[in-house]
Design a binder for this molecule. Structure first.
Ligand code: NAI
Length: 270
């Protein structure tokens, strides 16, 4: 059901790879709520072609940008401003990748070239995007920026590997940049800490099936789906959450505040 929450708003959605992507679902929901969009992903992801299908559905141009390259981000904002004839009202950062995870390198033996690359893509990219947006004054007053995080930023989840460190820094960047962007331009910056979700990035984590089942049992409401995450992002882009900034917001069916559940106790007793 649509409520026209984003009528007249314009936004950039980073990170729609295929229809399982959280960014893909969010683009669809934002479109339903009346927003106009620009889609962006790394050139290599665009070559896979799936995003064109989404672009057609939401009637949005696709602009390639590798988020580790300053010039790409600069060009993306220039082209977006040209397309909309002005700034944007919201940005979704739905980007993450760890080479240590991909190549199965244990956390205690991380390859630091991989670590640097993963950090650049998964965490520093938020700073890069916000800094360039601020330089070009590309986000309108009362705009909203959301980046996706995971509770491994606060607690240990073996096999989430160096993505845990990346998420901790991502949340820190949201908090710190949120201060400056809020004071300067009334732009809010938050992270949404989402339940484990079956997507390309999610399924890359070793033991993901066990991980997702455990979280399901440990959450009073069960795991939050990608579609529900999209709904939540819509509210954060809407004018109904104007005073929410610099927060890490758990969207996890209650997992983060649950010590143990009856279902887990019963499982342990078996
Ligand atoms: P996904 O694999 O669909 O999305 C990750 C995106 O990052 C892809 O579109 C990929 O092309 C993009 N990307 C990678 N390198 C890039 C680069 N250099 N430049 C531009 N884009 C680049 O997976 P998902 O799960 O939708 O991930 C979105 C976000 O949600 C990530 O930040 C992820 O860590 C986060 N998240 C995912 C959870 C899960 O269990 N799937 C749980 C909590 C958070």
């Amino acid at each position: 059901m649509a409520y026209n929450l984003l009528k007249g708003k314009k936004g950039i959605i980073f990170g729609a790879l295929d229809e399982k992507s959280i960014a893909w679902k969010t683009a669809l929901r934002c479109h339903e709520e009346g927003a106009e969009l620009v889609l962006s992903n790394a050139p290599i992801a665009l070559r896979m072609g799936a995003i064109n299908q989404l672009a057609e559905q939401v009637n949005a141009p696709v602009i390639a940008a590798d988020v580790t390259v300053n010039e790409d981000i600069q060009a993306l904002f220039e082209k977006t401003k040209e397309h909309f004839n002005g700034g944007v009202d919201f940005i979704l950062h739905s980007i993450g990748m760890s080479l240590n995870v991909r190549k199965g390198v244990h956390y205690t033996q991380n390859n630091y070239d991989f670590t640097h690359k993963g950090f650049d893509i998964s965490a520093l990219s938020l700073h890069r995007i916000l800094a360039e947006a601020m330089r070009q004054d590309a986000i309108n007053e009362w705009g909203s920026v959301v980046a996706l995080s995971y509770i491994a930023a606060q607690r240990v989840f073996p096999d989430y590997n160096d993505m845990s460190d990346n998420k901790a820094i991502l949340e820190s960047i949201a908090r710190n940049f949120g201060y400056y962007y809020g004071s300067q331009r009334k732009v809010r910056v938050n992270t949404v800490s989402q339940s484990p979700t079956r997507t390309t990035a999610g399924s890359g984590v070793k033991g993901f099936d066990g991980f997702i089942d455990y979280a399901e049992k440990m959450s009073p409401l069960g795991n939050a789906s990608a579609d529900q995450c999209a709904d939540y992002c819509v509210t954060l882009f809407s004018d109904l959450t104007r005073m929410v900034t610099m927060q890490n917001l758990f969207h996890d069916g209650g997992f983060s505040y649950t010590g143990v559940t009856q279902s887990v106790i019963e499982q342990m007793g078996k």
